[in-house]
Design a protein around this ligand. Sequence first.
Ligand SMILES: *Cc1c(COP(=O)(O)O)cnc(C)c1O
Length: 365
Amino acid sequence: MSREACALIDLDAVRDNLRVARAVAARSRVMAVIKSDGYGHGLVRVAQAIGEDVDAFAVTDLDEALALRRAGFNQRIVLLQGPFEAAEIPLAAAEQLELVIHSAWQIEAIEQAQVSAALQLWLKVDTGMHRLGFQADEVAAAWRRLTAIPAHTVNPEIGFMTHLACADDRDDTMTDRQIEAFEEACKDFGGPLSAANSAGLLGWLESHFDWVRPGIMLYGVSPFSDRQPLDFPLRPAMTLRGRIIAVKHLGAGQKVGYGATWSCPEDMPIGIVSIGYGDGYPRHAMHGTPVDVAGRRASLVGRISMDMLAVDLRGMVTLPAPGDPVTLWGEQPRPESVADSAGTIAYELFCRTPSRVRRVYLDDQ
Ligand SMILES: *Cc1c(COP(=O)(O)O)cnc(C)c1O
């Protein structure tokens, strides 16, 4: 029995989740966000699963974009933060990669660039997130500068993009203000508009515009921060899987794990599982976080070790045996509830699942 710590990646779930996005935003084109190695699910494998059904991919940087081109993808690919230095611009043009332009230095670099094909650009508008982008009153000047560049360097049809800061909270009024500010800032220029991340897509129909940019929902996670049940049938694509490697019977008062932070309230069985924080399981997950042991619910006790964690097996009529499968997140328990219990978000759980956790792909297509 080898140590088992693997992430099962269900590519059919990604395809189903994309169908949900398409159905909800039926009039918009879809830019599937597969940055950060497909949120830890594997850039190229995710792209292969959905490439035929999306209008563009969005990635973090040139490395990810070139990995897609090398793997044979000829779809539109958008670099969400544009070039990080001037030298990337000719390469982006040669590979037909679209650039998000958020700063004056990028415009200057494009004005001076020698390119072999016209660049497709998106102008980033800061409508309140205050991270990247031009302020509303700077947009016209930025657009004029870019459209003054000859058409063999810059395609004059420039897109506009903004990012929503609070769309994950359906009661927050900031999203409406951002949407209004975006429309107002871009109304004179033509060109496609894009504002919606997953939360915008599912929660704010008026944010859809011409292009939606779903990320986390493709991987089956609710983008909303509240605990309300999601009205959409998203299926988690990643299942973090380990095994029971030992079952022990401890007496009342005996302690479990580093720091001896948890003690048995009664004589009880404890299971030791082959997953720890070295596998991306969050060390801050609280006692009581749900863990699925061979299809039955158990819960975390004691501190998480690097390669192991302990679970409370009380309440199981038949105890699991070494080798039995354990699900740390997936269909049950959901990644959202594990993240919640560790004071983080599922995005971080996925992105922090290290490469030593073997990805095993399920693909029925
Ligand atoms: C990451 C990202 C998205 C996708 O966000 P989700 O919340 O994962 O849907 C969309 N747009 C931009 C600019 C992003 O950086």
